[in-house]
Write a protein that binds this ligand. Structure first.
Ligand SMILES: *[C@@H]1O[C@H](CO)[C@@H](O)[C@H](O)[C@H]1NC(C)=O
Ligand SMILES: *[C@@H]1O[C@H](CO)[C@@H](O)[C@H](O)[C@H]1NC(C)=O
Ligand SMILES: *[C@@H]1O[C@H](CO)[C@@H](O)[C@H](O)[C@H]1NC(C)=O
Ligand SMILES: *[C@@H]1O[C@H](CO)[C@@H](O)[C@H](O)[C@H]1NC(C)=O
Ligand SMILES: *[C@@H]1O[C@H](CO)[C@@H](O)[C@H](O)[C@H]1NC(C)=O
Ligand SMILES: *[C@@H]1O[C@H](CO)[C@@H](O)[C@H](O)[C@H]1NC(C)=O
Ligand SMILES: *[C@@H]1O[C@H](CO)[C@@H](O)[C@H](O)[C@H]1NC(C)=O
Ligand SMILES: *[C@@H]1O[C@H](CO)[C@@H](O)[C@H](O)[C@H]1NC(C)=O
Length: 618
């Protein structure tokens, strides 16, 4: 995308400013493109929201999946409830300091149009609500999906919440959670609560749900709103299986449109790559490329980035591809932030795609660190982080920007692998600031030197794998290396790594469970992440330091007893594994870790009476 980005920046950005803004020089992420211009920021930066006057109850409701299918019988809503200083509404006794909890929450979810009741239940404000962190607790409520007539358009649902006064329980351990610097405020006066016309407290919020007709042809790909993972089912009635895309961007020229394209695609698949982002739309002459991808089992994100501004082109393209076997998402927008694309056109394209094919998610790739994030991600279900740090060597975008290396590399990057983690963390941060339910992220992975406008340096093998591992550690639900074809050495590296990614248990862990972080005391340079599902632990250790570390270094994961390393998935670190501290039981130790190396293992977990690791399972 570097190459396309650059061309488009030069030729398009001159005339595609934000509405109402006059731009007379090219720019990138809102900054002047030419080094001789000083930083130019016309706005578009998200900031931390203002603290509210009162502590509030923040309730968000989402359907479990972004789409349900008519042949399923059970639907499910998630209700996320927390006390907040930034979002939500005042709630009775939230501000009290008299050791009493806020009132419990009585809520209903109804079909807005018909008023039909879908869920009526209560949230216990005692303990859980007051102790909620930003991503907990999530309450789950099932309902009968048959209450919705299947259709292509979404239904709106309304959530009403009222307090349950008599349940106000006495607390033993509640301490005001407000920081000292921010004094406890006066509780709100009655007029400051949301009240209905009888002056009774009522908090109302809305959400939407898709209940789609069963599809007879082609697959369905949906997002689990709990984990952000993708799930795919290839035919009606079959089970949704976890799908973790690991596959390159691939050009028409010299590869997909080459006379040997069938052989090329087969060779690509033989390296274990399960997916691809073909950088070309289907046309009369290129249709067989897509049938080949379908037949060899390479799933793809379909390229709409050139046509999204043209409604009839979108219609034509989506109609042609929507029922194919291999489609897993639409790559509808490519770096619209870098190009300063007009927002409204994106949103229009996005609603058209949803009308034509709500069975597949829409992706946007974002190149800027913080530039109209809300607007540029609004039309998409998936955000692809497009940070290529290695060789950008620039803390400011314009420092190494010249005619040769047109693209300025990586917006607000430091120029090392950690930028990948930082970018994904910032996106998650922006979503928290906006009070959005997080969208799944994928990583556009810098992997080789390609294209005339690309960065001058290729990352080393260690850097490529470390960037992948850091992306996974920060919740990426797909890894899309840029760009095929690559040299034999790079191919071999990705072939080896894709074998790890393709293991059933690995894709299951990555799509069904959250990545958790852990810090090793005295070794902050070790980036430790783990995933758990049932009795399986996956542990990833990346040494971000410049020195080899010699162990033993104990990785004492809280409340977890790994009992047996079953597979070393990646890396050459020496592991040890024994009962270290009675009665704490088995602990893992890592003995030697090379600089910038990535080490991933699978281990079994103890014990039947141990903590449940299945909170994210069905
Ligand atoms: C959750 O579901 C809603 C409603 O279908 C959808 O709009 C939203 O994008 C989903 N969120 C994620 C993270 O998938
Ligand atoms: C909760 O709300 C429902 C319907 O709005 C009502 O029937 C029920 O009595 C309420 N429960 C409590 C404990 O207030
Ligand atoms: C709420 O949770 C607390 C702690 O688990 C429990 O003691 C209390 O009975 C619960 N209240 C209701 C109404 O379920
Ligand atoms: C709630 O959080 C406080 C402070 O972190 C902690 O001391 C207390 O044990 C927690 N209570 C429960 C029931 O989890
Ligand atoms: C829009 O797309 C249609 C269908 O592909 C095409 O015929 C038309 O020329 C396009 N319009 C523009 C302005 O590119
Ligand atoms: C751009 O910068 C690179 C690296 O500093 C240098 O090799 C190259 O000659 C420069 N190109 C121009 C046109 O100045
Ligand atoms: C790369 O691998 C291909 C296929 O195995 C082989 O034909 C080719 O000679 C190799 N290229 C180099 C530079 O080793
Ligand atoms: C986890 O355990 C549950 C219940 O025992 C089982 O249904 C499920 O298949 C298991 N999942 C995996 C990934 O093993």
């Amino acid at each position: 995308m570097w190459a396309t980005a650059m061309l488009v920046i030069f030729f398009v950005s001159l005339c595609s400013a934000q509405p109402g803004e006059h731009i007379d020089w090219p720019r990138w992420c809102g900054k002047a493109y030419m080094p001789e211009y000083p930083d130019f920021n016309p706005g578009g930066q998200l900031l931390k929201p203002q603290m509210q006057k009162f502590s509030t109850l923040n309730i968000r409701v989402k359907p479990r999946y972004n789409v349900f299918i008519a042949d399923e019988s059970e639907g499910e809503f998630f209700v996320h409830a927390e006390t907040s200083d930034y979002h939500g509404v005042p709630w009775p006794h939230m501000e009290d300091e008299d050791l009493l909890y806020p009132f419990d929450v009585n809520f209903t979810i109804t079909n807005t149009a018909t008023g039909e009741l879908l869920v009526q239940d209560e949230l216990n404000a005692t303990i859980k609500l007051h102790n909620a962190t930003s991503d907990r607790p999530i309450y789950r409520f099932k309902f009968d999906l048959g209450k919705f007539q299947p259709r292509i358009d979404p239904y709106e649902v309304t959530v009403n919440a009222t307090p349950i006064p008599k349940r106000r329980a006495k607390s033993l351990d509640y301490k005001p959670r407000r920081p000292d610097s921010f004094p406890v405020k006066q509780p709100p006066r009655k007029e400051e609560f949301p009240l209905d016309r009888h002056r009774q407290y009522i908090f109302t919020t809305k959400s939407e749900i898709y209940v789609l007709p069963t599809k007879s042809k082609g697959n369905v790909v949906r997002i689990d709103n709990l984990t952000g993972g993708l799930f795919l089912r290839s035919s009606p009635g079959s089970k949704f299986e976890p799908f973790f895309p690991y596959g390159f961007y691939a050009p028409c020229e010299g590869f997909l449109c080459h006379e040997n394209s069938v052989e090329n695609i087969k060779a690509y698949r033989s390296h274990g790559l399960n997916s691809m982002v073909p950088m070309m739309p289907a046309s009369a002459t290129s249709w067989d490329v897509y049938s080949t991808l379908d037949s060899v089992g390479v799933r793809y994100m379909y390229d709409l980035r050139q046509s999204y501004k043209n409604q009839s082109a979108v219609r034509e393209q989506v109609e042609a591809i929507k029922d194919s076997d291999g489609l897993y998402a639409y790559w509808t927008f490519d770096q619209p932030d870098g190009h300063s694309a007009t927002h409204a056109r994106m949103w229009k394209a996005s609603s058209l795609v949803k009308k034509l094919d709500p069975y597949h998610p829409i992706a946007v790739s974002l190149v800027c660190d913080n530039y109209y994030f809300e607007e540029y991600s609004r039309g998409a279900d998936i955000i692809v982080a497009d940070a290529h740090p290695i060789g950008s060597g620039a803390s400011k975008w314009h420092t190494s920007c010249n005619a040769t290396y047109g693209s300025c590399g990586c917006d607000n990057c430091k120029g090392n692998v950690v930028d990948v983690a930082t970018r994904l963390q910032r996106m998650a941060q922006y979503e928290r600031w906006l009070n959005h339910w997080p969208k799944p992220k994928m990583q556009n992975l810098q992997t080789s030197h390609s294209g005339e406008n690309s960065l001058p340096v290729s990352p080393s093998a260690n850097e490529v794998i470390a960037m992948s591992a850091l992306a996974l550690a920060n919740g990426a639900r797909g890894v899309l290396p840029w760009a095929w074809p690559v040299d034999n050495e790079t191919t071999a590296l990705h072939e080896k790594f894709s074998h790890v990614m393709n293991k059933d248990i690995v894709s299951e862990l990555l799509t069904k469970s959250p990545a958790r972080k852990f810090k090793v005391k005295k070794h902050k340079e070790l980036e430790v992440t783990y995933w758990m599902l049932n009795k399986t632990l996956m542990l990833s250790v990346v040494n971000l330091g410049k020195k080899s570390l010699r162990g033993p270094m104990v990785i004492d994961l809280p409340g977890i007893q790994p009992t047996k390393i079953t597979t070393v998935l990646w890396g050459s670190a020496a592991w040890d594994h024994r009962e270290l501290f009675k009665p704490k039981g088995m602990k893992l130790q890592i003995m030697a870790v090379d600089p910038l190396s990535t080490n991933i293992i699978l281990s079994m977990l103890c014990c039947d009476d141990g903590p449940s690791h299945s909170e994210f399972n069905d």
